[in-house]
Design a protein around this ligand. Structure first.
Ligand code: CTP
Ligand code: MG
Length: 178
Protein backbone atom coordinates (compact mmCIF):
# COMPACT_ATOMS: atom_id res chain seq x y z
CA UNK A 1 0.00 0.00 0.00
CA UNK A 2 1.46 3.35 -0.89
CA UNK A 3 2.09 5.87 1.84
CA UNK A 4 -0.40 8.47 0.65
CA UNK A 5 -3.19 5.92 0.63
CA UNK A 6 -2.21 4.80 4.14
CA UNK A 7 -2.38 8.42 5.36
CA UNK A 8 -5.76 9.14 3.76
CA UNK A 9 -7.24 5.93 5.19
CA UNK A 10 -5.80 6.67 8.64
CA UNK A 11 -7.34 10.17 8.64
CA UNK A 12 -10.76 8.89 7.53
CA UNK A 13 -10.53 6.19 10.19
CA UNK A 14 -9.60 8.51 13.08
CA UNK A 15 -12.06 11.33 12.22
CA UNK A 16 -14.76 10.25 14.73
CA UNK A 17 -12.13 10.29 17.48
CA UNK A 18 -10.98 13.82 16.61
CA UNK A 19 -14.58 15.06 16.76
CA UNK A 20 -15.12 13.28 20.08
CA UNK A 21 -12.02 14.97 21.45
CA UNK A 22 -12.94 18.50 20.36
CA UNK A 23 -16.75 18.76 20.70
CA UNK A 24 -16.69 18.79 24.55
CA UNK A 25 -14.84 22.13 24.41
CA UNK A 26 -17.99 23.56 22.77
CA UNK A 27 -20.73 21.47 24.39
CA UNK A 28 -19.22 20.44 27.73
CA UNK A 29 -19.95 22.01 31.10
CA UNK A 30 -22.12 21.34 34.12
CA UNK A 31 -21.57 18.55 36.62
CA UNK A 32 -18.11 17.02 36.85
CA UNK A 33 -17.95 13.24 36.31
CA UNK A 34 -16.08 12.77 39.59
CA UNK A 35 -18.72 14.80 41.48
CA UNK A 36 -15.92 16.80 43.11
CA UNK A 37 -14.45 13.71 44.77
CA UNK A 38 -10.80 13.56 45.73
CA UNK A 39 -8.50 10.60 46.22
CA UNK A 40 -6.20 9.94 49.20
CA UNK A 41 -3.41 11.92 47.49
CA UNK A 42 -5.60 15.04 47.87
CA UNK A 43 -6.10 15.48 44.13
CA UNK A 44 -9.41 15.30 42.29
CA UNK A 45 -10.22 12.01 40.55
CA UNK A 46 -10.54 13.74 37.14
CA UNK A 47 -11.16 17.42 37.89
CA UNK A 48 -13.71 20.00 36.73
CA UNK A 49 -12.56 19.77 33.11
CA UNK A 50 -14.25 16.36 32.72
CA UNK A 51 -18.02 16.79 32.72
CA UNK A 52 -20.83 14.28 32.18
CA UNK A 53 -22.23 16.41 29.35
CA UNK A 54 -18.85 16.67 27.63
CA UNK A 55 -18.34 12.91 27.95
CA UNK A 56 -21.62 12.01 26.24
CA UNK A 57 -21.40 14.85 23.73
CA UNK A 58 -18.03 13.44 22.64
CA UNK A 59 -19.40 9.92 22.18
CA UNK A 60 -22.46 11.17 20.27
CA UNK A 61 -20.26 13.36 18.04
CA UNK A 62 -18.16 10.31 17.09
CA UNK A 63 -21.30 8.26 16.47
CA UNK A 64 -22.65 11.03 14.24
CA UNK A 65 -19.43 11.22 12.20
CA UNK A 66 -19.35 7.42 11.88
CA UNK A 67 -22.97 7.50 10.67
CA UNK A 68 -22.20 10.22 8.12
CA UNK A 69 -19.26 8.15 6.89
CA UNK A 70 -21.59 5.15 6.63
CA UNK A 71 -23.83 7.17 4.32
CA UNK A 72 -21.17 8.74 2.13
CA UNK A 73 -18.12 6.45 1.96
CA UNK A 74 -19.21 2.89 1.05
CA UNK A 75 -18.65 2.17 -2.63
CA UNK A 76 -16.37 5.19 -3.14
CA UNK A 77 -12.58 5.36 -3.42
CA UNK A 78 -12.61 6.52 0.24
CA UNK A 79 -14.28 3.33 1.48
CA UNK A 80 -12.22 1.98 4.41
CA UNK A 81 -14.55 -0.80 5.65
CA UNK A 82 -15.22 -2.81 2.48
CA UNK A 83 -18.61 -1.25 1.79
CA UNK A 84 -20.06 -2.24 5.16
CA UNK A 85 -22.05 0.74 6.48
CA UNK A 86 -22.74 -0.89 9.86
CA UNK A 87 -18.99 -1.09 10.49
CA UNK A 88 -18.65 2.69 10.08
CA UNK A 89 -21.34 3.29 12.71
CA UNK A 90 -19.88 0.70 15.08
CA UNK A 91 -16.34 2.04 14.57
CA UNK A 92 -17.63 5.57 15.28
CA UNK A 93 -19.17 4.40 18.54
CA UNK A 94 -16.06 2.47 19.60
CA UNK A 95 -13.79 5.39 18.73
CA UNK A 96 -16.06 7.77 20.66
CA UNK A 97 -16.16 5.63 23.80
CA UNK A 98 -12.41 4.92 23.59
CA UNK A 99 -11.57 8.57 23.05
CA UNK A 100 -13.60 9.78 26.01
CA UNK A 101 -12.31 7.04 28.33
CA UNK A 102 -8.75 7.75 27.17
CA UNK A 103 -9.35 11.46 27.80
CA UNK A 104 -10.48 10.63 31.35
CA UNK A 105 -7.44 8.39 31.85
CA UNK A 106 -5.17 11.26 30.78
CA UNK A 107 -6.77 13.61 33.31
CA UNK A 108 -6.65 10.93 36.01
CA UNK A 109 -2.89 10.56 35.53
CA UNK A 110 -2.41 14.36 35.39
CA UNK A 111 -4.21 14.73 38.76
CA UNK A 112 -2.06 11.96 40.28
CA UNK A 113 1.02 13.84 39.04
CA UNK A 114 -0.30 17.02 40.68
CA UNK A 115 -0.82 18.78 37.33
CA UNK A 116 -3.68 21.26 37.72
CA UNK A 117 -6.82 21.09 35.55
CA UNK A 118 -6.22 22.82 32.24
CA UNK A 119 -2.44 22.83 32.69
CA UNK A 120 -0.58 21.42 29.73
CA UNK A 121 0.84 17.93 29.70
CA UNK A 122 2.43 16.84 26.45
CA UNK A 123 1.77 13.13 25.72
CA UNK A 124 -1.10 12.87 28.23
CA UNK A 125 -3.15 15.64 26.54
CA UNK A 126 -2.52 14.49 22.99
CA UNK A 127 -1.79 10.81 22.96
CA UNK A 128 -3.67 9.02 25.76
CA UNK A 129 -7.02 9.46 24.04
CA UNK A 130 -5.54 8.30 20.73
CA UNK A 131 -4.04 5.11 22.15
CA UNK A 132 -7.23 4.12 23.99
CA UNK A 133 -9.36 4.99 20.93
CA UNK A 134 -7.17 2.74 18.77
CA UNK A 135 -7.44 -0.08 21.29
CA UNK A 136 -11.25 0.19 21.37
CA UNK A 137 -11.53 0.30 17.57
CA UNK A 138 -9.12 -2.58 17.05
CA UNK A 139 -11.80 -5.33 16.88
CA UNK A 140 -13.38 -3.70 13.80
CA UNK A 141 -10.40 -1.88 12.30
CA UNK A 142 -7.35 -4.11 12.87
CA UNK A 143 -6.60 -3.97 9.11
CA UNK A 144 -6.21 -0.17 9.34
CA UNK A 145 -4.25 -0.07 12.61
CA UNK A 146 -0.79 -0.88 11.29
CA UNK A 147 2.49 0.27 12.83
CA UNK A 148 2.83 2.87 10.04
CA UNK A 149 -0.69 4.17 10.68
CA UNK A 150 -0.09 4.40 14.45
CA UNK A 151 3.14 6.37 13.98
CA UNK A 152 1.49 8.66 11.42
CA UNK A 153 -1.57 9.24 13.62
CA UNK A 154 0.55 9.95 16.70
CA UNK A 155 2.45 12.67 14.82
CA UNK A 156 -0.69 14.04 13.13
CA UNK A 157 -2.65 14.07 16.39
CA UNK A 158 0.13 15.89 18.19
CA UNK A 159 0.23 18.71 15.64
CA UNK A 160 -3.55 18.77 15.09
CA UNK A 161 -4.09 19.09 18.84
CA UNK A 162 -1.55 21.89 19.20
CA UNK A 163 -2.96 23.91 16.27
CA UNK A 164 -6.62 23.28 17.20
CA UNK A 165 -6.00 24.60 20.69
CA UNK A 166 -4.21 27.71 19.42
CA UNK A 167 -7.21 28.40 17.16
CA UNK A 168 -9.75 27.69 19.94
CA UNK A 169 -7.81 30.10 22.15
CA UNK A 170 -7.80 32.79 19.48
CA UNK A 171 -11.56 32.40 18.97
CA UNK A 172 -12.08 32.77 22.70
CA UNK A 173 -13.28 29.17 23.17
CA UNK A 174 -10.42 28.25 25.49
CA UNK A 175 -8.69 30.35 28.14
CA UNK A 176 -5.25 28.91 27.40
CA UNK A 177 -3.69 28.06 24.02
CA UNK A 178 -3.18 24.32 24.81
N1 CTP B 1 -14.74 18.89 28.52
C1 CTP B 1 -15.88 18.47 29.19
N2 CTP B 1 -16.05 17.14 29.48
C2 CTP B 1 -15.13 16.21 29.10
C3 CTP B 1 -13.97 16.62 28.42
C4 CTP B 1 -13.79 17.97 28.15
O1 CTP B 1 -16.74 19.28 29.52
N3 CTP B 1 -15.37 14.91 29.40
C5 CTP B 1 -14.59 20.34 28.24
C6 CTP B 1 -14.19 21.12 29.48
O2 CTP B 1 -14.79 22.39 29.40
C7 CTP B 1 -12.68 21.23 29.33
C8 CTP B 1 -12.53 21.40 27.83
O3 CTP B 1 -13.56 20.56 27.28
O4 CTP B 1 -12.15 22.30 30.04
C9 CTP B 1 -11.15 21.01 27.29
O5 CTP B 1 -10.89 19.65 27.53
P1 CTP B 1 -9.49 19.16 28.07
O6 CTP B 1 -8.39 19.97 27.50
O7 CTP B 1 -9.47 17.70 27.89
O8 CTP B 1 -9.64 19.45 29.66
P2 CTP B 1 -8.82 20.42 30.63
O9 CTP B 1 -9.75 21.50 31.10
O10 CTP B 1 -7.54 20.83 29.99
O11 CTP B 1 -8.54 19.52 31.89
P3 CTP B 1 -7.37 18.43 32.14
O12 CTP B 1 -6.24 19.14 32.81
O13 CTP B 1 -8.03 17.43 33.01
O14 CTP B 1 -6.97 17.87 30.81
MG1 MG C 1 -6.56 20.64 28.27
Amino acid sequence: MDILQMMVQAILFILPSYFANSIPVLLGGGAAIDGGRKLADGGRVFGDGKTVRGFFAGILAALLIGSLQAVFLPGTAWDIYGGNSATYVYAGLLLGVGTMIGDLAGSFIKRRQGVARGKQSVILDQLTFLIVALAFAYPVASRLITVEAIVFLAILTYFAHVSANVIAHRWGLKKVPW
